[in-house]
Write a protein of this length. Structure first.
Length: 99
């Protein structure tokens, strides 16, 4: 999740105009890849797994939205909220998404 968090922070830089759309699309692709990695390597107990999946789904939806419509920045806030939710549900050593 640390990689995903850093990628979402990168999208915050995009939202602020510090990086361009091509970099944001690349970050979105990285988020898709990393969510896939988490899903394929997940060994959580069923309750924890069930709690994690909505977080991952929100991250994946946001990444797909950024890739499809880079000019629409509205997908970034739900991704931040998903990471905040993750931090409340799991022992997260880096609980904030935005810098």
């Amino acid at each position: 999740m640390g990689r995903i968090r850093r990628e979402v922070v990168g999208l915050e830089h995009y939202r602020r105009g510090h990086i361009g759309a091509p970099q944001a699309v690349m970050l979105a692709g990285d988020i898709e890849r990393d969510v896939g990695f988490v899903v394929s390597h997940c060994t959580l107990a069923p309750k924890a797994d069930a709690a994690l999946h909505p977080v991952l789904a929100a991250l994946l939806r946001g990444a797909q939205s950024i890739k499809a419509r880079p000019a629409d920045l509205s997908a970034i806030a739900p991704m931040r909220r998903a990471l905040e939710t993750y931090a409340t549900l799991f022992d997260d050593p880096e609980p904030t998404a935005a810098e």
